[in-house]
Each structure stands twice: as C-alpha cells, then as structure tokens.
Design a protein around this ligand. Structure first.
Ligand code: FMN
Length: 169
C-alpha cells in the first residue's frame, strides 16, 4: 500500500485479535507519535501506554464508547500537558493511527468524556488533561467486517461528498 492508500483508507477498528502487540510495533508507533510536529515545537504531551486488562478497564471507565479499549491489547492515552493545544494532540493521534495502519495494525480514536476520571486513573498533575486515547491491535477482520456491514445497512460510516468549497475569485 502506498502512503496515500494508508491515508485514504484509514478507518476506525474496534475488534481485535486476542494477541499482544509486538514490542517492535509498539515502539515504532510511539516513535511516530514522538516525532509529530507541534505548535512552536513545544511538544506539550505525554503518551501513556496501557497494556494490561485492569488498566484498560480503568481508563475505559472514563469514556462512554470505550469498547475498543477493552478489546485492544494496547491503548495509548494522549495527555495534553499544561499549555498544550488540541490541534497538536489531534496530529499526534492521527500519526499514531497512520503509523499503525502502515504496520498492518488497526486503531480507534477514543474520547475520554470524564477527564477528571482519566486524570485520576493516570495520576496526572494539575493542568494536564487526557481527553483522547487511541486503541490499537491486530484486527479481527471477520468481526470488523460484520460490524461494518451492520453500520452500512444502518446508513452509517460513509463520507460526505459535499464538504469541499472553493473561495470565489
Ligand atoms: C475526535 C474523535 C473521537 C472519537 N471517539 C470515539 C469513541 O469514544 N469511541 C469510538 O468507538 N469511536 C470514536 N471515534 C471514532 C469515530 O466514531 C470514527 O472515526 C468515525 O465513526 C468514522 O469511522 P470510520 O473511519 O471507520 O468510517 C472518534 C473519532 C474521533 C475523530
């Protein structure tokens, strides 16, 4: 697959095989996260790896739609440290997902709606926030396809084709 294909074809996956992520794959994904560009190169982030079922259950309790976390062998929680900005965190999340995709690994962005709970689970200092995480794993293709078929049948999961505008000359 070309880089373009990875970007164009990236989808969220929530069904993973019961298989740990290889240490090499995890290290490569974290390296991609670390190398994300940030505003004024401030790098105001931390990447917290959650790779055990108890930790996954605890961090999952901070969000409303967190099935992907409890299904996944690894979740990376993106912590925005004091003074950081949301755009940078979004870029880092997308880099994590694209690096994973390039390595044949599926991923799902997750919202941690209850940021106080997430901060408590992670023991964050005041001023640091964890609003998003990315669940990662080797995709259970059969389960994922079945879920995707169901979503399509419900008219969900495509992309709008009316979202491009051009500034008039
Ligand atoms: C900011 C953001 C937050 C998201 N939060 C969740 C979430 O909490 N739980 C979840 O299962 N998916 C979550 N998603 C995944 C979206 O539901 C998914 O990107 C969207 O449905 C498109 O899916 P597709 O790429 O597979 O078509 C989130 C995505 C984004 C960009």
């Amino acid at each position: 697959m070309s880089t373009y294909d990875d970007v164009r074809g990236l989808r969220a996956s929530r069904n993973f095989r019961d298989e740990p992520l290889s240490p090499e794959h995890l290290a490569a994904i974290l390296e991609a996260a670390r190398w994300t560009g940030s505003s004024k190169n401030t790098q105001k982030w931390r990447f917290v790896v959650v790779d055990d079922p108890d930790g996954a259950a605890r961090i999952a309790s901070a969000g409303r739609f967190t099935r992907a976390i409890t299904n996944a062998p690894v979740t990376i929680v993106l912590v925005k440290t004091a003074g950081g900005n949301d755009f940078d965190i979004g870029r880092a999340a997308q880099n994590i997902m694209l690096a994973a995709q390039a390595l044949g690994i599926g991923s799902c962005p997750i919202t941690l709606h209850d940021m106080d709970r997430a901060a408590e689970v992670l023991g964050l200092p005041g001023g640091d926030e964890a609003h998003y995480a990315v669940a990662l794993g080797y995709v259970d293709r059969e389960a994922e396809e079945a879920e995707r078929r169901e979503r399509r049948a419900g008219g969900w999961g495509g992309r709008r084709d009316d979202v491009i505008d051009h500034l008039e000359a």
